[in-house]
Every structure is written in structure tokens, then in C-alpha cells.
Design a protein around this ligand. Structure first.
Ligand code: NAG
Ligand code: CA
Ligand code: CA
Ligand code: CA
Ligand code: CA
Length: 303
């Protein structure tokens, strides 16, 4: 643990010795931990502290640090959470005085509380859902959620990572208040027929040591666009029918499929105009592709 000690002592015209000491300690030190050797740093005898009934005076504010008169040291009285004490404000410090009697003396003590990386970045929600058409164009942007890290400086939020990066990339916009807006930008077109559901992970990382992170899921439902034509299972369907076959005889059944979804993939069959209009002899069932004989065939006239 690094501990810095800066000592200033100034003599005021009042006649009482008025000193000032500053310490710097990390937050979250356990109760009873040593803050500094105040007797030594003020150049005072431990005996003087005891006989002068030395004590900490912190006015209305909470007493986080106590004086041990036997040892002449300042100790942690109550665990200090920098985040609760100062929030975003830096530097963060605790101020109090050491008061001695006979003669009356005041020493002012400042303890700077430095940040440790004890908070991971977090997102308010665990996931965010999008419905994106497969016809969305490259460059389309989607606003994502920002993360929060209660620490300050390098220990606070530094960056975001999006995985996988197959179809989307991340774009960060620096805001005036120092935060970043996060956007996801489409880089390669989506294909619902290949992947209808895409799950990405957005991770926020801080710059602490060790680094901490928070992750949220991005769940994308790819909406269909009508980008596939129906395809027949074979290029030619052959059927044989006797010229005296009864009307209603099924000659052949054609079948096509369409990779799209819903109405975009719904197939209806019809026989279009042909040179020698076969529609007087054959009818197709628009739903199941059955080709049925409906007219009277004459072998000598038609082959
Ligand atoms: C990502 O883009 C590629 C190229 O456009 C495409 O083939 C692939 O299906 C896309 N991935 C998803 C999950 O849609
Ligand atoms: Ca803390
Ligand atoms: Ca912290
Ligand atoms: Ca942090
Ligand atoms: Ca489609």
C-alpha cells in the first residue's frame, strides 16, 4: 500500500502551534488500518498527546479516522467508500482537526482518499431487443445502452466491445459531459434465411488493474423481406395421360419452394398462357400443384 506523507507546519502569531498534515490513502481500508504516524509527522511526543488529551474534532462530519494516543497514530475507524463519500468529485478528502489542551493547540489534518477499482461497469438492463429487417442498408445505426462505472479516472468506464463483429460494428460518440454514446452500425447485410435470430454481447470495460467489465446481450430478430423467388424442385415435370382418361385425372404434381417467410414465402400455382393454350385441357390446383385433366384430349390432334 502506497502512503504519501506531506507535512507543513506553520507558526501563527497567536502563539499556539498550528500545523497541518496531509495523508493519502486508498479507500476501503479495513477498520484499524494505519493512516499515518501523526505524532512523528507533527513532531510531537506521544506523551504530549496523552497529557494534552489529544482528540479528533471533525465538526458535523462523520469520523472516519481516530487517534490512538498510546501509539500516536491515526487509524481507520470506519471503512471509507470513496464512491459514497465523493461520487464523481475528485480529489476526494476527509478533513478534521487534532485538538490538544494545556496549552491549546490545533492541527489540521487532510486525508486524501484515492480511488481503487472496486466497481465493475454495469448496464441497467441485462438485454436489449431489436427487430431489424434483412433489407436494412449498410450504415444503418442502432442506439445501444450506456454503462455506468461508479469509480473515477482510469478506474471508470473506458470503452466498449461488441462481439461477434460479423455484421455489426461499434461506434462511440464522445459527449460534452465526458460520457460516450454507443451505437451499433450495420456493416454487412443480414440474411433472415441464414440467421433469423442473432445474439451479440456488448461489454463495457474500465481501465483499472485488474480490469473489470459488465456485459449485456443484444438480441436481434431479423425480419423477412421478399428477397427470394419461388424455385421449382425440377425444371420439367412429365406426365402421361390416356386420351380417354376421365376428367379429373391427376396428370402430375408440381412443387416449388420459397425460402422467405409468411406471405413472402407463400406459393400459389397457376398455368400461364402458353402458345397452344393448354388451359382448356389442364387445370392446376393453386395450393398443392396438382395438374388435373379438365378437357377432352384427342390423340390425333394433340401430342
Ligand atoms: C452477415 O453478413 C453476411 C454477408 O452479408 C451474411 O452472409 C450473413 O448471413 C450475415 N449474418 C447474419 C447473422 O445475418
Ligand atoms: Ca468503494
Ligand atoms: Ca472505487
Ligand atoms: Ca471500475
Ligand atoms: Ca427473405
Amino acid at each position: 500500500m502506497r502512503r504519501q506523507v506531506v507535512l507543513f507546519i506553520s507558526i501563527l502569531s497567536l502563539g499556539s502551534v498550528f500545523g497541518q498534515v496531509s495523508y493519502s490513502i486508498p479507500e476501503e481500508m479495513a477498520k484499524g488500518s494505519l493512516v499515518g504516524n501523526i505524532a512523528q509527522d507533527l513532531g510531537l511526543d506521544v506523551k504530549r498527546l496523552r497529557l494534552g488529551n489529544a482528540r479528533v474534532y471533525s465538526g458535523d462530519s462523520r469520523e472516519y479516522i481516530e487517534l490512538n494516543n498510546e501509539r500516536g497514530v491515526l487509524l481507520i475507524k470506519e471503512r471509507i467508500d470513496r464512491e459514497a463519500l465523493c461520487g464523481d468529485t475528485t480529489p476526494c478528502a476527509v478533513h478534521f482537526q487534532i485538538v490538544l489542551e494545556n496549552p491549546m493547540e490545533f492541527y489540521s489534518v487532510t486525508v486524501e482518499i484515492t480511488d481503487i477499482n472496486d466497481n465493475a461497469p454495469f448496464f441497467e438492463r441485462s438485454d436489449i431487443k431489436f427487430r431489424i429487417s434483412e433489407s436494412a442498408v449498410v450504415g444503418a445505426k442502432f442506439v445501444l445502452e450506456r454503462a455506468v462505472d461508479l469509480d473515477v479516472g482510469v478506474n471508470s468506464l473506458q470503452s466498449y466491445v461488441l462481439k461477434p463483429t460479423d455484421n455489426f460494428s461499434l461506434k462511440l460518440h464522445n459527449q460534452a459531459d465526458g460520457t460516450k454514446n454507443v451505437e451499433m452500425v450495420l456493416q454487412k447485410p443480414l440474411d433472415r434465411e441464414k440467421n433469423e435470430f442473432i445474439s451479440l454481447a456488448l461489454t463495457a470495460v474500465d481501465g483499472g488493474e485488474p480490469q473489470m467489465s459488465g456485459t449485456m446481450q443484444i438480441l436481434i430478430t431479423v425480419l423477412d423481406a421478399n428477397d427470394n423467388a419461388p424455385v421449382f424442385t425440377q425444371p420439367i415435370y412429365k406426365g402421361t395421360v390416356a386420351e380417354n382418361a376421365a376428367k379429373g385425372t391427376i396428370v402430375t404434381t408440381v412443387s416449388a419452394s420459397d425460402a422467405d417467410h409468411g406471405l413472402n414465402g407463400k406459393i400459389t400455382y397457376s398455368i400461364t398462357n402458353t402458345l397452344d393454350d393448354v388451359r382448356q385441357f389442364f387445370e392446376i390446383n393453386e395450393d398443392n400443384g396438382e395438374v388435373k385433366l379438365v378437357g377432352h384430349l384427342d390423340y390425333e390432334k394433340k401430342r
